[in-house]
Design a protein around this ligand. Structure first.
Ligand code: GCV
Length: 668
């Protein structure tokens, strides 16, 4: 770590140096068979290995071997004891052979070796064969060009300052970190494209975007831009942006030609249209497919793709209207157009039908679409899950999402199957995360939130990894802890999502957050607003009736799931209030009444948050002081937050229901 201005996170070779600290460069030899050592990605792999292996006391040869049988971006990384004769490796040397069919695979193989080394594994025994589960593994930045970050909890943007692009060593470190976890696409600007960001596709910024694109390209990452659908008006001087208008289409043709002249490696565009005030095809009576296909057709000759977000809903709803259900919106708007989207268009779908709550059902659109490229969007920026103040390790949530059986096909019908392209045999598919980084020293505000950054990449590359395995890897790579503390930290991470859920908004009800900011409780904060996020509590009960007798949302699933959700007896209890309006006296499977559960779970969540803080005390002196203090400060805030949630939610429901707590704890 030394005097660095930012942490190296899980690539901190200095902090992981073993006993033999004298760098002897000739102890590491790198050979190539079928790969050009001058290739930019191969050069990055070599540079990284040289950095990581400066402390080795053994003779090591790493051979990159091209093998066309290995899947795209996959690799095998194996130790050959005693070295192989055909590559002239001495018997006292450890040889590691990285085989892959392309440069990205070679780079990921190199990072696999580095990971194994940093975790103290015996490299001569290494034998791993991997191929990415998802073709597209992307990070979405919601960074604005003034340096602010929408829903950012880790400082300011490291990409922008004062309406300009910043490029420095941190940019390179960012690319290294992303490549090390298998990320191959990055969208560098907020989906809400406003002000200077609309100019990212103009000569004002082409040179710097190209520089960024080159840095990413060295690490096998494609750069993407979020696009302003109203560009023809805002930067083109036209009066409309109707996707079927000839003049508009001509304008886009010229614009995209110009863009690709300057940014030949651009991956394509991400578009948020007709959502939360953003412009889109609806203004002109056109469909989402009309908008996406128009751009898709124009970008196709350049090999680009259009990633079109499905987060489209009415955000000017009247709370008195109980039939309009925001949860239905994605499916209602997009399902009817299934099959109409062109081949280079992908629909990007948030994991739940609402908006990144601590627990939501899976969006019925995923797998509901059977003839459309689709990818999953999750959020590791902790907008509704504690702002990177509260500990909330999200990988268990993502695993649940991926494992959900949609019933969209006879086999290969889980979300993981659909978004990987396995269900439909399509190659434009994958996973994207709204990223949790900023320019804080530790990148993620809370040092422990880096587990989500690391975990998302690892999971997107290999959806078979389990949450604990990922947590353990991250802990081992980040800290130097004895086994007991390592286990303790892994446990803290694994339990953290449920703890957060307990003291906030359990049973799938969600929301009840402070409007706008979304941290801390405000039970009725959104109840009488236009945003469509209601809990519908009255003196008898709570929850939203989304059954066939209510909004009908449950019927958007395939019959197996629709039936399960429609009946409160078969609906998974942790989603009960998402689908049903339930009386406070309703008996849960545990025998507790709903109201007693609300009281108990909030007290329990608060007390578990206190336990997390207590547990962290045992890490004093065992992790760097900066980390210890940063995390301790956040646990203190988390405990206050949990206290506030517990008291406000319990008092609110006591006052509404008039039913006292069986255990007579203080409720206000
Ligand atoms: C980028 C939620 C967030 C917004 C975000 C939006 C989206 O509504 O609160 O900040 O805007 O989702 O995903 O587009």
């Amino acid at each position: 770590m030394g005097d660095n201005k930012w942490s190296q996170l899980w690539l901190d070779y200095e902090a992981k140096k073993g006993a033999a600290k004298n760098a002897e460069e000739d102890k590491l030899r790198i050979d190539f068979e079928g790969f050009d050592p001058e290739n930019r990605v191969i050069k990055s792999a070599v540079k990284e290995l040289n950095k990581a292996f400066t402390d080795t006391d053994k003779k090591i040869v790493i051979s990159f071997v091209r093998n066309d049988e290995i899947k795209k971006e996959g690799y095998s990384a194996c130790g050959v004891i005693g070295g192989s004769d055909n590559r002239k490796v001495d018997a006292d040397t450890t040889e590691l052979v990285v085989s892959s069919s392309d440069e990205n695979g070679a780079l990921y193989g190199a990072f696999h070796i580095i990971r194994s080394k940093l975790m103290g594994e015996d490299l001569s025994c290494l034998c791993a064969t991997k191929a990415p589960s998802n073709p597209l593994r992307m990070m979405n930045h919601w960074d604005n060009m003034d340096g602010s970050i929408e829903r950012g909890y880790s400082g300011r943007s490291f990409f922008y300052e004062n309406d300009d692009i910043v490029i420095n060593e941190r940019t390179v470190d960012y690319a290294r970190l992303m490549a090390s976890i298998g990320i191959n696409g990055v969208v560098i600007n907020n989906v809400n494209v406003k002000w200077a960001a609309s100019d990212l596709i103009t000569t004002r910024f082409f040179d710097k975007v190209k520089e960024l694109s080159d840095i990413f390209g060295d690490y096998g990452i494609k750069l993407y831009l979020s696009l302003n659908f109203a560009s023809p008006i805002e930067i083109g001087g036209l009066s409309i942006c109707d996707p079927l208008d000839k003049e508009v289409i001509e304008w886009w043709k010229n614009k995209i030609k110009e863009v690709y002249e300057h940014l030949p490696e651009l991956g394509g565009f991400l578009v948020k249209a007709d959502s939360e005030g953003r412009p889109g095809p609806f203004t002109y009576g056109r469909t989402q497919a009309d908008g996406a296909n128009m751009l898709g057709d124009i970008i196709a000759p350049y090999g680009g793709i259009i990633i079109w977000r499905c987060f489209v809903y009415n955000c000017t709803q009247d709370w008195r209207d109980t039939k309009t259900d925001r949860a239905r919106a994605g499916y209602d708007y997009f399902k009817g157009l299934d099959g109409e989207y062109h081949d280079n268009v992908i629909l990007q779908i948030k994991n739940g039908p609402m908006d990144f709550q601590i627990r939501e059902p899976i969006s019925p659109l995923i797998g509901g679409l059977t003839r459309t490229n689709q990818m999953l969007e999750v959020q590791i920026a902790q907008e509704y899950t504690g702002h990177q103040i509260d500990l909330c390790y999200l990988i268990p949530m993502f695993k649940e999402i991926l494992e959900f059986k949609t019933y969209c096909a006879e086999e290969n019908d889980t979300v993981a199957d659909v978004v990987s392209g396995r269900t439909m045999g399509n190659s434009l598919a994958g996973m994207a995360a709204v990223i949790n980084t900023g320019n804080d020293y530790n990148w993620t505000g809370n040092d422990l939130a880096a587990a989500n950054l690391y975990g998302f990449g690892r999971l997107a590359y290999d959806t078979d990894l389990d949450s604990e395995e990922i947590a353990r890897e991250w802990v081992k790579l980040t800290f130097n802890l004895e086994k007991e503390l390592e286990d303790k930290l892994v446990d803290m991470l694994l339990n953290s999502r449920e703890i957060y859920e307990k003291y906030t908004s359990p049973l799938g009800i969600g929301w009840m957050v402070t409007p706008g900011d979304h941290y801390g409780p405000s039970v009725d904060g959104y109840e009488y607003s236009r945003w469509g996020t209601y809990h519908r509590a009255d003196h008898l009960g709570l929850g939203v009736d989304r059954t066939d007798k209510g909004t009908g949302y449950a019927q958007q699933y395939y019959p197996e799931n629709a039936q399960m959700y429609n009946d409160p007896k078969t609906c998974p209890e942790n989603l009960l209030l998402f689908f049903h309006h339930i009386p406070y006296t309703w008996k849960l499977k545990s025998g507790q009444s709903l109201i007693q559960y609300i009281y108990d779970v909030h007290f329990e969540g608060y007390s578990k948050a206190q336990e997390l803080l207590e547990s962290w005390k045992s890490f004093e002196g065992k992790v760097p002081e900066r980390t210890y203090n940063c995390v301790m400060h956040r646990f203190e805030m988390q405990v206050n937050n949990a206290h506030e949630w517990c008291d406000q939610v319990n008092s609110y429901f006591y006052r509404k229901s008039g039913i006292p707590d069986e255990k007579n704890r203080p409720i206000y």
